[in-house]
Design a protein around this ligand. Structure first.
Ligand code: NDP
Length: 236
């Protein structure tokens, strides 16, 4: 029987590449994003059949709960969860309006907590599953102009480690992937930053997706953090 993988933020960018790779590897994939049409278009482009797309804002508890109830009813238990839904609103703290702080924290941090909580209900019966949260090298190193974004990503480190401890006895593994600059909508216009990267180029969604797959399949890894950043952490 094929594994059921839920990819939050699977309509484009890193999540889109993860959804594609998981479908290529035989998973049944559920694509979640706020925009229904782009989630459906991404789902329809996946190889194999029987995938599902749902419109869901991960920062809204009721939407998350409703989506995972639909997933359980329609497709059964979740094996893999990938939290790739995220936003950034880069600005110096003094210029960051509180509603931008709230939306970043709610989407990047609270959103992953809510989806993990909802998916775990299905992963614990029968026990087993794997979760990959997408943090950022910026959560590890910090970056001027990204203090709130960075805080949302650092929060994922503590969250991932703690949750890994909570659910290890139920054979659920939880790991964190830390990308550097990856070529997606989020990094449009940042090409100048290439000079900061030891490998001198942005990464691709596919390169991150391969590392996500590695974490999902690595049966003896939990609570781990994996950098996929072309060496950026060495120069920050
Ligand atoms: P994109 O902007 O390309 O894609 C973001 C995805 O998240 C879209 O599918 C979007 O769909 C979805 N999304 C955004 N907000 C929500 C929400 N509230 N609920 C549900 N879905 C949502 O971003 P990337 O692919 O570049 O980023 C993916 C993750 O990787 C993010 O967490 C980001 O912080 C992280 N990251 C990215 C890096 C990069 O260089 N690109 C570097 C380090 C980390 P929709 O708008 O329809 O909701």
């Amino acid at each position: 029987m094929s594994r059921l993988a839920v990819v939050c933020g699977g309509s484009r960018g890193i999540g889109g590449a993860v959804a594609l790779l998981l479908a290529e590897r035989g998973c049944r994939v559920v694509v979640l994003s706020r925009d229904q049409d782009s989630a459906r278009a991404a789902m329809e482009a996946l190889p194999g059949g029987d995938h599902l797309s749902l419109s869901c804002d991960v920062s809204k508890e009721q939407e998350v709960q409703r989506s995972f109830e639909t997933i359980q009813k329609t497709c059964g238990s979740v094996s893999y969860l990938v939290n790739a839904a995220g936003i950034n609103r880069d600005s110096l703290l003094l210029r960051t309006p509180p509603h931008h702080m709230v939306s970043m924290l709610h989407t990047n941090l609270l959103g992953s907590m809510l989806t993990c909580r909802a998916a775990l209900r299905s992963m614990l019966r029968p026990p087993g599953g794997a979760i990959v949260n997408i943090g950022s090298v910026v959560g590890l190193k910090g970056n001027a102009g990204q203090s709130v974004y960075s805080a949302s990503k650092s929060g994922l480190q503590g969250f991932t480690r703690s949750l890994a401890k909570e659910v290890a006895s139920r054979n659920v593994r939880v790991n964190l992937l830390l990308p550097g600059f990856i070529r997606t909508d989020m990094t449009e216009g940042l090409e100048d930053s290439e000079r900061l990267i030891p490998l001198r180029r942005f990464g691709t969604g596919q390169e991150v997706a391969q590392a996500v797959l590695f974490l999902l399949e690595s049966q003896y890894m939990t609570g781990a953090e994996l950098l996929v950043d072309g060496g950026l952490h060495l120069s920050m």
